[in-house]
Each structure stands twice: as structure tokens, then as C-alpha cells.
Write a protein that binds this ligand. Structure first.
Ligand code: ATP
Length: 239
């Protein structure tokens, strides 16, 4: 395959009559970390959801690994090994940590379950300590680890993270970003990251995009975007 792993072209999406995405172009190449930043309500989460088919793209195309998935049903997209850790984490509160991780392994039909569970526990030792504890009783940071761990259990070719640092103490958020960075460096994991925490998310990223009101207004190398005065003024407190 040549070209990006994920290619989003001219995508629009609507909630009723309201356009949430107004012609979005985003590329994610294999092995990259790509960050999308934008204010509350810019449409970042909608883009992630539209990749998964709901709300569907009305115009444009979404191509993953050369395959047009614009109109592919959500459950088939997971089978293509696109995994997501959604905003708000959506872990199963009544299930234990291990049971939550099992849910992630369903995509691979538990083919490498033991190995993958060991790997997730190596990455997040805290989850190992809490293996028998119910998801709902974990701290916010632990729940985020669990959501990422669950996504990793599916051996994703593309990991999409929606605001992994939301509501976390700065030190915990830094740890989470550190893990993402490490997985990318050591395993070449491809990551599409949506964040309001622009500083860390762009620092980490090979490339970044800025979304304003359903449109991409800027793109560039992560660190280069961080240097731009208009990005600093809008997305980094104190400029
Ligand atoms: P946040 O960081 O707050 O999640 P966001 O950039 O992810 O913001 P979206 O959640 O994608 O933004 O929202 C984009 C726009 O679509 C907003 O104007 C929002 O109010 C609207 N919207 C989101 N979800 C729905 C929905 N289920 N029904 C109607 N409008 C919606």
C-alpha cells in the first residue's frame, strides 16, 4: 500500500440539519502520531465517531489501508483493527479490570489473549494490581489506562484516543502521554489523538491539525504548530 493508512477527504457530517463537519481532510500515515486539537464543540469527537460510522459521513470519503470505509457499518470497522478509547472512557463499571480487557480481545477472537493480557499489565502495572477490582471503582487515571489497555487488546493497526487527559491530574496525564509515545517509538503504533490539552498532545505528535467550527484551519509538524503565535494564543494558556 502506498499513501496514508487513514485518509479522510472532504468529509461532512450532520446532527439533524446542523453541520458538525464541513469538509474535513486529515491523513494519518502508518507509524505516525497525529494530533487534532480544537476548542470545545469544534467537532473533534464527531470526526472520531464519523470514522466509526455514526454520525455517518454525508459527503467525502474515509479510506483505511486502501479500503473505502465511508459507509462500512461500525462493527465491521472494529474488525479492521481500528480501536478507540472514546471520550469519557466508557469502561464497563460493573465488570472487573480483567473482564474489561477481555472485551477488547473479542475482536481477535482471543487468539493471543494470555500474551496480550501480560503485555497490557506490563504497560500498566497499576491495572495488574487492580485486576479483580470493578472498573467503576478505579480512579480517573486508572480508568483511562483501562480504556487504552482494552483498545490495545485488539492489537489495533490504528489507535484513536479521544481526550485521554480529560479530567486527569497533570502528572497522570503526562504518564498516559508517555505510554502513547513509548508504544509509538517501540512498536510503531499508529495513533490518532484528539485533545484539548494542546501542549502535550502537539509535543508528542509527528503532525497536528487544528479544527475550528467543523473545519481544519491549520496543519503542520506538531512542534512547528506549537510555535505558531495563533496556536499559542488560542490553545495554550498564557500564550
Ligand atoms: P468536546 O471537546 O466538547 O467534545 P468536540 O470538538 O469534540 O468538543 P463535538 O462533540 O464533535 O465537538 O461537537 C461538535 C458540534 O456538534 C457541537 O456544536 C456540538 O454541540 C454538536 N453535537 C455534538 N453531539 C451532538 C448530538 N448528539 N446532537 C446534536 N448536536 C451535537
Amino acid at each position: 500500500m502506498t499513501g496514508p493508512l487513514l485518509a479522510i477527504r472532504g468529509v461532512t457530517a450532520y446532527y439533524g440539519a446542523i453541520a458538525a463537519l464541513k469538509g474535513v481532510d486529515v491523513d494519518v500515515a502508518s507509524g505516525e502520531i497525529v494530533t487534532l486539537i480544537g476548542a470545545n464543540g469544534a467537532g473533534k469527537s464527531t470526526l472520531m465517531m464519523t470514522i466509526f460510522g455514526s454520525p455517518p459521513a454525508r459527503d467525502g470519503s474515509i479510506v483505511f489501508d486502501g479500503q473505502d470505509i465511508t459507509r462500512t457499518p461500525t462493527h465491521e470497522i472494529a474488525r479492521l483493527k481500528i480501536a478507540q478509547s472514546p471520550e469519557g472512557r466508557r469502561i464497563f463499571g460493573r465488570m472487573t479490570v480483567t473482564e474489561n480487557l477481555q472485551m477488547g480481545a473479542a475482536v481477535t477472537k482471543f487468539a493471543h489473549y494470555d500474551e496480550d493480557l501480560r503485555r497490557v499489565f506490563d504497560i500498566f502495572p497499576r491495572l495488574k494490581e487492580r485486576a479483580g477490582q470493578r472498573g467503576g471503582t478505579l480512579s480517573g487515571g486508572e480508568q483511562q489506562m483501562l480504556a487504552i489497555g482494552r483498545a490495545l487488546m485488539s492489537r489495533p493497526r490504528l489507535l484513536m484516543l479521544d481526550e485521554p487527559s480529560l479530567g486527569l491530574a497533570p502528572l497522570i496525564a503526562k504518564q498516559i502521554f508517555g505510554v502513547v509515545d513509548e508504544l509509538n517509538r517501540t512498536e510503531g503504533l499508529t495513533v490518532f489523538l484528539v485533545e484539548q490539552n494542546a501542549y502535550h498532545a502537539l509535543k508528542l505528535a509527528h503532525r497536528g491539525y487544528v479544527m475550528v467550527n467543523g473545519r481544519i484551519t491549520m496543519s503542520g509538524a506538531g512542534r512547528e504548530l506549537l510555535e505558531r503565535p495563533e496556536v499559542r494564543a488560542a490553545y495554550l494558556e498564557g500564550g
